[in-house]
Design a protein around this ligand. Structure first.
Ligand code: ADP
Ligand code: MG
Length: 691
């Protein structure tokens, strides 16, 4: 029995010294096993010479033919063109960079063998900068014996180097450890691991490139399954580790909560009540709660959070509540002040923009424990913030943070040896496929009922050319006593330009609607100014609020019944849904106007249609996932977290129930297989922080 490739360093390979090893580390390659799992991301078929006449645009192929004519053309760009024929058809090789020797070698009558991708040219198909060599007329052999793998590379480790390394390592492929139990493999009729790996590095000629490109080949499915399993296992490990910690058991009579509920103008919906009970049960246990509450915009998550807050306070603990933006955090702060201060409780505020003195006061009250609830932004988790007795952390609108940040926050909240309970609230419904893969460490509750008396928002999609009609609509709504949001954003990414655009729009609208009170709020205004503007709007002192996307989450003004979103084609579905959620919060008929500029891309047209047809957050999230992919939806593209090597959450979602079931079996019967599987696919480099 040879050594396990998982524990043999790449430096044992020919041609890998410490320099190359350093470069390979950038590809997360440290061991022989890592090389084996560095799979090609595409393939080329160089196993046969294709008749030129059968080439189609987009085909990448090997051809061989005789040069008919080679000339330099002085068009928009100087280029060397060489026309080749093999009797079945002709094709043109095009070079933008070339030298005199090249032109000479491609003389009329020379026979060339080329590899390249065919594109439509002016008269014939063209191969742009193909690989080529001049060969003899009788040159027949020398095709590859298997499909050519193409690996992702890094500076200093190019394609041929990776091919050489994989050639070497494939000698050890049979030593790879099979961590999936035989019984399971038989049941699923999955191919053997070493076969699968060998096949993907050096696919046999009878496998089509197309099948491999779509990743539907059984060997790929086998590996996709293992990768999804490893991802799921890593989240479950995280959960197990978290559950091995101790948390304060919050046993209370519930009198503060009752007092609070009695003071509300409404009673909780059945769904809110159910979720409150689920949270309550978690809080009574002496292991940390890790619960995700999903509730569509306007479903009343804040009141649910308040119930949890009061349980912790009644038990004598502090609560930290964090929101992703200053505006949203401020709104929570005001809300909770309004609810809790009459009950004799103390709410503190902490944000990055707080001045030195009030900041010091806040920090002191948090440390002394006199602040029972602290509301704020990320600033809550800076090192100087020391809680006296933190029992519960609430994170609102988690979708703005991303998985990595969520886990980092969990660690921060967990210092001082104590592990507070954690409640995460999100208005972005997480499709089940994503939830199972990336949120498997959390329990989940859904508020699947809206407070009574809401009328669904009607959505219309209107081209920018009919802007005047929309302006009239605004006037009508305001004349009827309602209020209106007008959201503008620009194509440009710069915040300064966006604010400028909002200013221009506000000016134009104020001129067009002289009887209305128009106010502007944008991201560059000081926090106090923004807040003053929002308060004026909330109190009805303003009819029309022109805003950038700062109002995206959480803003709550029930009298607002119309929302206009400019350049709606530029927004993603999740963001449009969030924005639209600002209206339809009261009992008035509400509508949302999506203004767009032509021409619309097909994707943009689809998005707007989805928005017009449904207000169901889950439905919208599903479309969003399909359109943008999991990395974008989870907000983790930068961290690379959602980038899997071979699995694709959409394509492979059918595997997920089996993944979940297998994970449970492994934990139960083969717990020692869990860590090696996670290590193989996820490794240390991209691993979540320890908790
Ligand atoms: P979200 O889930 O989007 O955070 P909020 O907590 O901001 O929603 O609640 C939206 C609005 O609904 C608020 O004005 C809130 O007071 C109100 N609300 C919450 N629960 C109920 C309820 N059970 N009945 C009536 N109104 C409610
Ligand atoms: Mg909210």
């Amino acid at each position: 029995m040879s050594a396990d490739p998982a524990s043999v360093s790449v430096t044992t390979l020919r041609g890998v010294g410490s320099k190359v090893a350093e470069k390979l580390a950038r590809l997360n390659i440290y061991t022989l096993q890592d090389v084996l799992f560095h799979l090609p991301f595409r393939y080329e078929d160089r196993t046969r010479v294709v008749p030129i006449g059968s080439l189609r645009p987009g085909d990448a192929a090997v051809i061989q033919g005789e040069v008919l004519l080679t000339e330099i053309k002085f068009g928009r760009r100087r280029s060397l063109l060489s026309r080749i024929s093999d009797g079945t058809g002709t094709v043109t090789l095009r070079f933008f960079h070339f030298n005199a020797a090249q032109k000479t070698s491609l003389e009329r009558g020379a026979v060339v063998r080329c590899f390249g991708e065919a594109r439509k040219g002016a008269s014939t198909l063209e191969l742009i900068h193909p690989e080529y060599k001049i060969v003899g007329a009788n040159f027949k052999n020398e095709v590859e014996e298997h499909l050519t793998p193409v690996y992702s590379t890094t500076e200093g480790v190019h394609q041929l180097k990776l091919r050489d390394l994989t050639d070497q390592v494939l000698n050890y492929v049979d030593d790879l450890h099979e961590w999936l139990p035989d019984d399971l493999l038989n049941r699923l009729a999955l191919p053997n691991l070493s076969e699968a790996i060998r096949c993907l590095h050096r696919p046999a000629v009878d496998i089509s490139v197309h099948e491999l490109t779509d990743s539907r080949h059984p060997t790929q499915q086998r590996l996709a399954f293992e990768e999804l399993l490893a991802q799921h296992l890593s989240m479950r490990q995280l959960r197990e580790r978290m559950q091995s910690h101790h948390a304060p058991s919050l046993n209370v009579t519930g009198k503060l909560q009752q007092q609070f509920l009695a003071s509300l103008a409404f009673s909780l919906t059945g769904a809110q009540q159910r979720v409150v009970n689920e949270i309550q049960k978690d809080l009574q246990r002496d292991i940390p709660m890790q619960r995700l509450v999903q509730g569509d915009v306007g479903s009343g998550k804040t009141a649910v959070a308040a119930c949890a807050v009061l349980t912790a306070i009644e038990a004598g603990y502090q609560v930290a509540m964090m929101a992703p933006t200053e505006l949203l955090a401020e709104q929570h702060y005001k809300n909770f002040q309004h609810w809790l201060e009459p009950m004799g409780l103390n709410v503190a505020w902490l944000s990055g923009s707080l001045k030195t003195k009030p900041r010091r006061e806040s920090l002191a009250s948090i440390e002394a424990g006199s602040a029972q609830l602290v509301v704020g932004t990320h600033a809550l988790f800076q090192d100087e913030v020391v809680f006296s007795k933190l029992g519960l952390v609430i994170i609102d609108e988690q979708h703005r943070f991303g998985v990595h940040q969520r886990l980092a926050l969990r660690e921060k909240g967990s210092r001082q040896g104590s592990h507070p309970h954690q409640l995460i609230m999100t208005a972005t419904p997480i499709p089940r496929t994503l939830a199972m893969t990336f949120y498997a460490d959390l329990d989940s509750s859904v508020i699947d009922e809206m407070p009574p008396g809401r009328t669904p928002v009607t959505t219309v999609v209107i081209p920018d050319s009919r802007r005047n009609e929309v302006v009239q609509r605004v006037e009508q709504a305001c004349r009827a006593g309602r209020q209106v949001y007008w959201v503008c954003t620009l194509i440009e990414e710069s915040e300064a330009l966006q604010c400028e655009a909002a200013e221009d729009t506000a000016k134009a609208l104020a001129e067009a609607l002289p009887n209305l009170r128009v106010l502007l709020v944008h991201g560059r205004m000081k926090a106090a100014e923004k807040e003053a503007a929002m308060i004026d709007f909330k109190e009805g002192k303003v009819d029309l609020l022109v805003a950038t996307t700062v109002i995206e989450v959480g803003v709550d003004v029930p009298n607002a019944s119309l929302m206009v979103i400019e350049n709606a084609e530029r927004f993603g579905l999740a963001q449009l849904h969030q924005l639209r959620g600002r209206v339809g919060r009261g009992s008035h008929e509400s509508s949302c106007v999506l203004l767009y500029k032509n021409p619309l891309s097909r994707k943009a047209r689809d998005r707007l249609a989805v928005m017009r047809e449904t207000t169901d957050g889950f439905e919208i999230a599903r479309h969003d996932l399909e359109q943008r992919g999991p990395g974008e939806v989870l907000g983790t593209r930068q961290t690379g977290l959602a980038e899997m090597r071979i699995a694709d959450l959409l394509r492979d979602q059918d595997l997920l129930p089996l993944v979940e079931q297998t994970a449970t079996e492994l934990f139960e019967h083969w717990p020692e297989h869990v860590e090696p599987l996670v290590q193989r696919w996820i490794g240390d480099a991209t691993r979540y922080g320890d908790v």
